[in-house]
Write a protein that binds this ligand. Sequence first.
Ligand SMILES: [Zn+2]
Length: 345
Amino acid sequence: MDTPLALSDFEPRSELVTPQHQVLQPRYPVVDAHNHLPIEALAADPTRVTQIVQVLDEAGVQTVVNLSGGWGDTLERTLDGLDRAHPQRFVTFCNVDWRGVGEPGWAERATAQLRRDVAAGAKGLKVFKELGLRHRDTAGRLVSPDDPRIAAIWAQAGELGVPVLIHAADPVAFFRPLDRHNERWDELQRHPDWHFYGGDLPGFDELIAALYRTIEAHPQTTFITAHVGCYPENLAFVTRMLERHPNLYTDFSARIAELGRAPYSARRWFLAHADRILYGTDAVPMVEMYRNSYRFLETEDEYFDYAVGAPIPPQGRWKIYGVSLPDDVLRRVYHDNAAALLGLG
Ligand SMILES: [Zn+2]
């Protein structure tokens, strides 16, 4: 031992020698059911949409679901720039303006806006994790997903026949103290605003319980949870929820780091719920990003990076293993489940 080494400088290179596969094209056309293409960012660069379509073509992605459609005028501009300009390549979900919960007439106004947005062409409603963690009512209290004052939104989506893609909470480690035991220490150093600990913030378990109470209370509404049931660290829990709630689907966007560190459990989970799982990335469309996720789904490759080109693994200091899914599962997860929910070809 001579020179001490700071953990932040430690970037070990694996000397493991095992088969490595590149998967250039997915085995079936892909629907990326979880992405964000806000119109403000696209409008800033007139060639951006064309660039994205080129990436999709190269990576074998048929359709991208843009969950950041906003509402009203913003949604209209988004639909013009994406869905109407490139039919079948882009599908957009609208969002809800959560400001003013607690004012008289809030639910009537919000459900009327949702009806207008779906009539305009939104294919679903996306709810961000800020519901439960940031949005406050007129009295300054956090609004939980199961708050009765907003229940009309979930019922309205069900009546309109559009799915609600909902993200509640975040990785469990974001709700723990930021100390030497926190498995996402690096990530929280880079994004201190993702640390939901202290103050009047609810705990992880409280948020997850509120999410599933909401899903249970609205059996006529189809819910797609983001990020593996919003609890990818605990696949047994997600399995129980999928078994209990027939109106529940989930994407696994931004969570191959979680699934790929538990490859045996993850593979069993994919096989058991192949009709309820949607492919998604939650990442800027890039060819190598897509290909790495195909490698995870389609190969038995061992101990590889879940994020390409990141010197320190962005979510936690571990690597992943492929789950080598069979064809019939891949077809449903890549394409068929999302296509059926969204009315795509
Ligand atoms: Zn997202």
